[in-house]
Design a protein around this ligand. Structure first.
Ligand code: BG6
Length: 473
């Protein structure tokens, strides 16, 4: 990787901050997400503390500096800035908090990469509007972005408009604050959320560029490389459809500024009304011309096969998109405890595919593995499986750049510190730094660098060349 390549990690602030309703913050959709584990234990209150990053951010940034980060992605929690979301009331304390964090990063020589909307919509908008299902919420969001972009225009260069926007209709509550209305078809729900979130992304691009035309802006997808289960033509067609709808659709719209023919054909066949005012389509077009790079997360690859016993091609498509698709194991790769398939070469496949399709510089803004790490009595974490995961993935990034000519901005691992998973599990740890906090609410919140911390530091110092796991720890 060349010397301008950005190295670091990324975090979702709602999952790490705690600082629950402090300093004027409003409840958001992650705070109110109720998850019960088999034990019956509800983790509803865990966001009150999480990794307590709200109070430890200086210590956490110091660790990032010591690892040699040149970039760090974090999210500005929407409900900290606009606690209710629809009343135009801005919470200055929220802006001041993030300003301080940005200043701390800049002082440490770390480029801030800011995400907007990362599971943090004010819960009020979910309850009273059904989130991004309501067109008005797109404008509340655009107003919010305008405030944030104005405040940080001179300090933040890299912006990500919407975390994993392609998952809006698959994880609607968390990603878009929305619920499928009764009597609404799956296809109509998908279409409405897709359009509103694309419009939200586009308005955010324009708001950021208005404040600073030199800002670098991208949308973001959760990208899972998709393979056909066999070389049977039906499986290949099924995988292609899944790939288009899950991976390509949102990037196709963001880059080309219009809905792709395969999506319009699908909606027409399903009888979905997909006519939008011309000014909205113009905004999407204009934003596409201002998009600078493509950001995505990559954790795993997936295999897809054609459903058996279904003849009607429209039913086949519905099954692939919305059916209880069988979670197929790829016999050529392993998986972690949560069944996420570990496929480093799938990342090279993703990079090659995205670059060939869009010809935009790529930025990996999340990549990592969840492990139930154990802290030893002498406060060590021997996370060699994490090191091995990163070794494979970083090696494949080098291959994509050197062997396949892919242009990249940087690589951000997931994550600098432990935090609550999207399902509010502390046990599913991702950090380079262990946080002494457990699902039963115990722990001192002390920070302990894991073995991978020192390994990643060495990788960054060698600009990705030295991947050996020869750390004395
Ligand atoms: C991404 C999200 O989808 O995956 C993160 O952007 C999330 O917020 C990460 O934490 C890992 O998923 P999980 O469910 O293990 O937390």
């Amino acid at each position: 990787m060349n010397k301008d390549f950005l190295w670091g990690a990324a975090l979702s602030n709602v999952q790490a901050e705690g600082g629950y309703l402090e300093d004027g913050k409003g409840l958001n959709v992650y705070d109110t997400l109720e998850i019960s584990f088999e034990t019956g234990q509800s983790t509803l209150s865990d966001t009150t503390v999480a990794a307590d990053h709200y109070h430890h951010y200086k210590e956490d940034v110091a660790h990032m500096k010591e690892m040699g980060f040149t970039a760090y992605r974090f999210s500005i929690v929407w409900s900290r800035i606009h606690p209710q979301g629809d009343d135009g009331k801005t919470n200055e304390a929220g802006l001041a908090y993030y300003e301080d964090m940005i200043d701390e990063l800049l002082k440490a020589g770390i480029e801030p990469v800011v995400s907007l909307v990362h599971f943090d919509m004010p819960d009020y908008l979910r309850v009273h509007y059904n989130g991004f299902m309501d067109r008005r919420v797109v404008d509340f969001y655009a107003d919010h972005v305008a405030v944030v972009a104005k405040r940080f225009k001179d300090k933040v260069k890299y912006w990500i408009t919407y975390n994993e926007v392609n998952t809006a209709s698959f994880g609607p509550r968390l990603v878009a604050g929305a619920q499928q209305p009764e009597n609404m078809s799956d296809a109509q729900f998908h279409a409405t959320l897709t359009h509103h979130t694309q419009l939200a992304h586009a308005k955010a691009v324009l708001a950021i560029k208005k404040e600073n035309p030199n800002a670098m802006v991208s949308g973001m997808d959760a990208y899972g490389s998709i393979y056909p289960f066999t070389c049977k033509p039906e499986d290949i067609q099924a995988a292609r459809f899944a790939d288009n709808m899950n991976n390509n659709l949102t990037f196709d719209v963001m880059v080309n500024g219009e809905y792709p023919s395969y999506y319009l054909a699908y909606l027409q066949n399903k009888g979905v009304d997909f006519n939008h005012p011309q000014d909205e389509l113009d905004i999407i077009k204009e934003a596409s011309q201002k998009l600078d790079f493509l950001a995505f997360s990559y954790y795993q690859s997936l295999v897809v096969k054609a459903p058996e016993g279904i003849e009607d091609p429209l039913e086949v498509q519905d099954h692939i998109l919305f059916g209880a698709r069988e979670k197929l194991s790829n016999p050529y790769v392993t998986a972690n405890e949560w069944g996420w398939q570990i496929d480093p070469m799938g990342l090279r496949y993703a990079l090659d595919t995205l670059y060939e399709r869009y010809h935009k510089p790529l930025f990996i803004v999340e990549n990592g593995i969840g492990i139930d790490d154990q802290l030893t009595e002498d406060k060590k974490v021997y996370d060699d499986d994490r090191i091995s995961y990163y070794q494979g993935h970083i090696k494949n990034i080098s291959d994509a750049i050197e062997l396949d000519g892919v242009e990249m901005i940087g690589y951000l691992a997931w994550a600098p510190i432990d935090f609550l998973s999207s399902h509010k599990e502390m046990r599913k740890r991702y950090g380079f730094v262990f946080i002494d906090r457990y699902d039963d609410g115990t722990g001192t919140l002390a920070r302990y660098p894991k073995k991978s911390y020192y390994w990643y530091k060495k990788v960054i110092a060698s600009q990705g060349k030295d991947l050996e796991n020869d750390i004395e720890y």
